[in-house]
Design a protein around this ligand. Sequence first.
Ligand code: FEO
Length: 173
Amino acid sequence: MLQKSIEQALNNQIRIEAESSQIYLSMACWAEVQGLEGVAQFMYKQSDEERQHMLKLVKYVNERGSHAKITELKAPKTTFGTFKEMFEELYKHELFVSNSINELVHITLGEKDYSTHNFLQWYVAEQIEEEAQAKTILDKINLIGEDRGGLYLFDRDIQQIVVTSSISLNQNI
Ligand code: FEO
Protein backbone atom coordinates (compact mmCIF):
# COMPACT_ATOMS: atom_id res chain seq x y z
CA MET A 1 0.00 0.00 0.00
CA LEU A 2 1.24 3.47 -0.86
CA GLN A 3 1.93 6.07 1.81
CA LYS A 4 -0.85 8.68 2.02
CA SER A 5 1.44 11.49 0.83
CA ILE A 6 2.43 9.46 -2.25
CA GLU A 7 -1.18 8.48 -2.96
CA GLN A 8 -2.22 12.15 -2.81
CA ALA A 9 0.64 13.29 -5.03
CA LEU A 10 -0.13 10.58 -7.61
CA ASN A 11 -3.83 11.48 -7.55
CA ASN A 12 -2.87 15.07 -8.20
CA GLN A 13 -0.86 13.93 -11.23
CA ILE A 14 -3.83 11.84 -12.42
CA ARG A 15 -5.89 15.04 -12.48
CA ILE A 16 -3.14 16.95 -14.33
CA GLU A 17 -2.90 14.25 -17.02
CA ALA A 18 -6.70 14.20 -17.39
CA GLU A 19 -6.77 17.99 -17.71
CA SER A 20 -3.96 17.81 -20.28
CA SER A 21 -6.06 15.38 -22.30
CA GLN A 22 -9.03 17.78 -22.20
CA ILE A 23 -6.88 20.79 -23.16
CA TYR A 24 -5.50 18.97 -26.23
CA LEU A 25 -8.96 17.71 -27.15
CA SER A 26 -10.19 21.29 -27.09
CA MET A 27 -7.21 22.34 -29.23
CA ALA A 28 -8.05 19.53 -31.68
CA CYS A 29 -11.63 20.78 -32.00
CA TRP A 30 -10.48 24.37 -32.55
CA ALA A 31 -7.95 23.33 -35.21
CA GLU A 32 -10.54 21.14 -36.93
CA VAL A 33 -13.08 23.94 -37.29
CA GLN A 34 -10.29 26.17 -38.65
CA GLY A 35 -9.74 23.59 -41.41
CA LEU A 36 -6.31 22.53 -40.13
CA GLU A 37 -6.86 18.81 -40.51
CA GLY A 38 -3.25 17.76 -39.83
CA VAL A 39 -2.96 19.89 -36.71
CA ALA A 40 -6.32 18.56 -35.50
CA GLN A 41 -5.17 14.93 -35.94
CA PHE A 42 -1.96 15.75 -34.05
CA MET A 43 -3.95 17.24 -31.15
CA TYR A 44 -6.42 14.31 -31.05
CA LYS A 45 -3.41 12.02 -30.79
CA GLN A 46 -1.86 14.14 -28.03
CA SER A 47 -5.16 14.00 -26.17
CA ASP A 48 -5.22 10.18 -26.44
CA GLU A 49 -1.64 9.98 -25.19
CA GLU A 50 -2.44 12.09 -22.13
CA ARG A 51 -5.35 9.80 -21.35
CA GLN A 52 -2.92 6.85 -21.54
CA HIS A 53 -0.59 8.69 -19.15
CA MET A 54 -3.51 9.14 -16.76
CA LEU A 55 -4.61 5.48 -17.01
CA LYS A 56 -1.09 4.21 -16.37
CA LEU A 57 -1.07 6.18 -13.10
CA VAL A 58 -4.60 5.05 -12.19
CA LYS A 59 -3.64 1.39 -12.62
CA TYR A 60 -0.42 1.81 -10.67
CA VAL A 61 -2.20 3.44 -7.70
CA ASN A 62 -4.95 0.79 -7.60
CA GLU A 63 -2.54 -2.12 -8.08
CA ARG A 64 -0.50 -0.91 -5.10
CA GLY A 65 -3.58 -1.28 -2.88
CA SER A 66 -4.42 2.43 -2.80
CA HIS A 67 -7.29 4.28 -4.45
CA ALA A 68 -7.05 6.35 -7.64
CA LYS A 69 -9.57 9.19 -7.36
CA ILE A 70 -11.30 10.57 -10.45
CA THR A 71 -12.18 14.19 -9.76
CA GLU A 72 -13.75 17.22 -11.37
CA LEU A 73 -11.55 18.85 -14.02
CA LYS A 74 -10.92 22.47 -14.90
CA ALA A 75 -12.62 23.30 -18.23
CA PRO A 76 -10.11 24.11 -20.99
CA LYS A 77 -10.33 27.19 -23.19
CA THR A 78 -12.28 26.69 -26.42
CA THR A 79 -10.40 29.16 -28.67
CA PHE A 80 -6.65 29.66 -29.00
CA GLY A 81 -5.97 32.86 -30.97
CA THR A 82 -3.55 31.78 -33.71
CA PHE A 83 -2.17 28.31 -34.32
CA LYS A 84 1.25 29.63 -33.27
CA GLU A 85 -0.21 30.79 -29.95
CA MET A 86 -1.85 27.39 -29.55
CA PHE A 87 1.49 25.56 -29.96
CA GLU A 88 3.16 28.04 -27.58
CA GLU A 89 0.50 27.12 -25.08
CA LEU A 90 1.08 23.41 -25.66
CA TYR A 91 4.82 23.87 -25.08
CA LYS A 92 4.25 25.86 -21.88
CA HIS A 93 1.81 23.25 -20.67
CA GLU A 94 4.35 20.47 -21.24
CA LEU A 95 6.93 22.45 -19.21
CA PHE A 96 4.36 22.69 -16.43
CA VAL A 97 3.76 18.90 -16.58
CA SER A 98 7.52 18.24 -16.49
CA ASN A 99 7.81 20.37 -13.35
CA SER A 100 4.96 18.49 -11.78
CA ILE A 101 6.59 15.11 -12.58
CA ASN A 102 9.91 16.33 -11.17
CA GLU A 103 8.17 17.43 -7.99
CA LEU A 104 6.56 14.00 -7.74
CA VAL A 105 9.90 12.25 -8.18
CA HIS A 106 11.31 14.50 -5.45
CA ILE A 107 8.51 13.49 -3.06
CA THR A 108 9.15 9.76 -3.66
CA LEU A 109 12.81 10.22 -2.74
CA GLY A 110 11.89 12.11 0.43
CA GLU A 111 9.53 9.28 1.42
CA LYS A 112 12.05 6.59 0.38
CA ASP A 113 9.43 5.06 -1.96
CA TYR A 114 11.82 3.58 -4.50
CA SER A 115 9.16 1.52 -6.31
CA THR A 116 7.17 4.63 -7.19
CA HIS A 117 10.40 6.42 -7.97
CA ASN A 118 11.24 3.66 -10.43
CA PHE A 119 7.72 3.70 -11.92
CA LEU A 120 7.95 7.45 -12.52
CA GLN A 121 11.10 7.17 -14.64
CA TRP A 122 8.88 6.34 -17.63
CA TYR A 123 7.21 9.75 -17.18
CA VAL A 124 10.55 11.52 -16.85
CA ALA A 125 11.66 10.06 -20.22
CA GLU A 126 8.27 10.77 -21.80
CA GLN A 127 8.43 14.43 -20.78
CA ILE A 128 11.85 14.85 -22.38
CA GLU A 129 10.33 13.57 -25.65
CA GLU A 130 7.18 15.67 -25.38
CA GLU A 131 9.09 18.87 -24.64
CA ALA A 132 11.49 18.21 -27.53
CA GLN A 133 8.63 17.53 -29.94
CA ALA A 134 6.74 20.68 -28.94
CA LYS A 135 9.94 22.74 -29.29
CA THR A 136 10.66 21.31 -32.77
CA ILE A 137 7.13 22.17 -33.90
CA LEU A 138 7.41 25.71 -32.53
CA ASP A 139 10.72 26.20 -34.35
CA LYS A 140 9.05 25.14 -37.60
CA ILE A 141 6.15 27.53 -37.01
CA ASN A 142 8.57 30.40 -36.42
CA LEU A 143 10.24 29.59 -39.74
CA ILE A 144 6.90 29.68 -41.57
CA GLY A 145 5.84 33.04 -40.11
CA GLU A 146 2.69 34.37 -41.81
CA ASP A 147 3.18 32.43 -45.06
CA ARG A 148 -0.11 30.69 -46.02
CA GLY A 149 1.62 28.21 -48.32
CA GLY A 150 3.98 27.33 -45.49
CA LEU A 151 1.02 26.74 -43.18
CA TYR A 152 -0.54 24.42 -45.75
CA LEU A 153 2.67 22.38 -45.94
CA PHE A 154 3.07 22.40 -42.17
CA ASP A 155 -0.48 21.07 -41.75
CA ARG A 156 0.39 18.26 -44.15
CA ASP A 157 3.79 17.50 -42.55
CA ILE A 158 2.51 17.34 -39.01
CA GLN A 159 0.48 14.27 -40.01
CA GLN A 160 3.80 12.47 -40.32
CA ILE A 161 4.49 13.21 -36.63
CA VAL A 162 1.08 11.70 -35.82
CA VAL A 163 2.00 8.49 -37.64
CA THR A 164 5.45 8.28 -35.99
CA SER A 165 4.14 8.99 -32.48
CA SER A 166 1.35 6.40 -32.97
CA ILE A 167 3.98 3.78 -33.65
CA SER A 168 6.04 4.72 -30.56
CA LEU A 169 2.90 4.96 -28.36
CA ASN A 170 1.90 1.44 -29.36
CA GLN A 171 5.39 0.20 -28.62
CA ASN A 172 5.47 1.83 -25.17
CA ILE A 173 2.11 0.77 -23.77
FE1 FEO B 1 1.40 13.54 -19.87
FE2 FEO B 1 2.36 15.54 -21.97
O1 FEO B 1 2.14 15.12 -20.22
